[in-house]
Design a protein around this ligand. Structure first.
Ligand code: BJW
Ligand code: ZN
Length: 248
């Protein structure tokens, strides 16, 4: 059953867990002012993923794709980690093993202080040349046209577009974390993009206690033990307080 308060069982499971995973999506960064993808206010309502988030579109119109990423880089650089990111980083200080597996490319978990972060869909701060694979970290200068490598090749953001494989090391490590987790949080994701969403079922099949935090029910709601409906930036601090109270 869905409820908007935290059950005693959830607090007890967190306290006795050897390993806790937070699997996060765009919703955790929404309160930092970064738009989500799906739903009525989602990016994909106004812009077509087919034109922006796959490699063929990039080859066809690299300037357009770069215009979009430069805009998002600006939004992300002007944003700050919110209470949701900060609370997850805080959990790391009081629990034995906390791992963040994120689909987000915005770097906000690391900026909030989380140290065990797996990034399944890349990171907007990194870029690489599609011809010689040279990496360009940090900001690529905003120009009218797509940036080019010293070898002449097109530079692309190091993010995962539709039809592309996820970074193998990050995905394998995330699968292991899901398998080993005692408590698996699903925070601010619609849970529809694969293979990332498969981690939810991996954790469930391996016996993890499943907790969802979202504004609304999702594809994953049917299999969770506790569904906490509301803003991640409200619920996570409440949860941390309850855990701290019980520990003290
Ligand atoms: C809040 C909140 C608050 C809001 N508090 N909550 C048919 C069936 C199944 C699979 C496929 C299929 N056809 C194709 C596929 C595969 C495809 C896929 O899964 N597609 C589905 C969408 C149908 N997957 C892929 O292509 C992946 N690769 C792959 O499969 O490789 C194998 C392969 C190789 C070669 C050939 C063929 C296959 C790659 C997927 C890459 C996804 N990339 C993006 C863009 C990343 C770069 C960028 O950001 O620019 O990743 S798409 C976008 O979706 C982004 C996100 O990480 C990802 C997930 O979205 P997320 O985070 O869940 O966001 P939303 O907006 O969906 O949800 C936000 C949630 O937050 C909502 O629920 C809100 O309610 C909630 N919320 N405010 C709490 N304050
Ligand atoms: Zn190059």
């Amino acid at each position: 059953m869905s409820r908007n308060y935290i059950s005693k069982n959830t607090v007890d499971k967190i306290i006795s867990a050897r390993s806790v995973v937070f699997f996060t999506g765009a919703g955790i960064s929404a309160e930092s002012g970064i738009p989500i993808f799906r739903g009525k206010d989602g990016i994909w309502n106004k812009l077509k993923p087919d034109e922006l988030a796959n490699f063929n579109s990039f080859l066809k119109n690299p300037d357009l794709v770069w215009e979009w990423y430069n805009h998002r880089k600006k939004v992300i650089h002007e944003s700050e980690p919110n209470k949701g990111h900060l609370t997850i980083a805080e959990f790391e200080k009081i629990l034995p093993d906390v791992i963040v597996v994120t689909q987000n490319i915005d770097n906000l978990h690391k900026r909030a202080g989380s140290t065990n972060v797996y990034e399944l869909h890349g990171n907007i701060e990194r870029n690489y040349c599609i011809k010689c694979n040279k990496f360009y970290n940090g900001e690529i200068e905003l120009k009218d046209s797509a940036p080019r490598c010293e070898c002449g090749g097109l530079i692309r953001p190091d993010v995962v577009w539709f039809g592309e494989y996820l970074p193998q090391e990050q995905f394998i490590a995330s699968e292991k974390a899901a398998q080993d987790s005692d408590v698996f949080f699903i925070v601010g994701t619609s849970a529809v993009v694969y293979p990332a969403a498969s981690l939810i079922y991996t954790a469930k099949e391996n016996g993890a206690y499943m907790v969802e935090i979202n504004l609304e029910p999702t594809e994953a709601s049917g299999i969770v033990n506790d569904s906490l409906l509301g803003k991640a930036g409200d619920i996570l601090p409440d949860l941390l307080n309850e855990v701290k109270n019980k520990l003290s």
